[in-house]
Design a protein around this ligand. Structure first.
Ligand SMILES: [Zn+2]
Length: 174
C-alpha cells in the first residue's frame, strides 16, 4: 500500500522532456556550397599550423565572421598536457581579440591524425562546446559548424549550442 502511494506521488511530480537536434550529412566536400567548401578546405590546410607533437592529432578551425573577415585557429599543445589549447578556443580568442563583439557565422573544423586516419567528422570537445555556447550568447548569433576530416563525410550543424543542451551560462550567475 505504501509502495502504491509512492508511485502515485512520483507520477504526479515527474514530467518527461525530450531533446533532439538535426544536422546535415554530406558525402564529401564536393556536395557543399562554394563558400562552405572553401572554408572547409582552409580548415583542412591550416591543420599544418597545429603544434601537436604529443597527440599527433592536428586540428584546424577557420571561421567566417559576420563582418566577412576570416580567422583561423589550430591546437597548441604543451609537455604539461592540460596547458594545451584546442583549435576552436584558439580561434575564438583570436576572433574576439582581433574583432571584438563581432559574431561568427560559420566555423569549419578539420583534423589530420598523422598516425592514423582522418576520414570521419570530429566535433568539438566539452570545453570547446562551453566556449562556443558562451560566444553565441554574447554575440546573440548562432554559429554554424562544418565538421569533417581531411576527406570523407561532412556534418553541418546549424547552431553550436545544440551540442550542449542544458548548458551552464552567464544567466545562471545572476
Ligand atoms: Zn576542445
Amino acid at each position: 500500500m505504501q509502495g502504491g502511494f509512492f508511485v502515485l506521488l512520483k507520477n504526479r511530480i515527474m514530467k518527461k522532456e525530450q531533446y533532439s537536434f538535426e544536422y546535415e550529412v554530406f558525402a564529401s566536400i564536393e556536395e557543399l556550397s562554394e563558400t562552405d567548401a572553401w572554408l572547409l578546405k582552409e580548415a583542412r590546410e591550416v591543420t599544418d599550423a597545429a603544434y601537436a607533437p604529443y597527440s599527433n592529432f592536428n586540428v584546424g578551425a577557420v571561421a567566417k565572421l559576420a563582418n566577412g573577415e576570416i580567422v583561423a585557429g589550430t591546437n597548441q599543445e604543451n609537455a604539461s598536457y592540460p596547458v594545451g589549447l584546442c583549435a576552436e578556443r584558439v580561434l575564438l580568442a583570436s576572433a574576439s581579440t582581433l574583432y571584438p563583439n563581432v559574431a561568427i557565422d560559420t566555423i569549419a573544423i578539420s583534423y589530420n591524425n598523422t598516425h592514423g586516419e582522418s576520414k570521419h567528422p570530429i566535433s568539438p570537445c566539452g570545453m570547446c562546446r562551453q566556449s562556443l555556447v558562451e560566444f553565441e550568447d554574447r554575440t546573440k548569433q548562432p554559429i554554424r559548424l562544418i565538421l569533417s576530416g581531411l576527406e570523407g563525410k561532412v556534418f553541418v550543424i546549424r547552431r553550436a549550442g545544440s551540442l550542449l543542451p542544458l548548458s551552464f551560462g552567464s544567466i545562471d550567475l545572476k
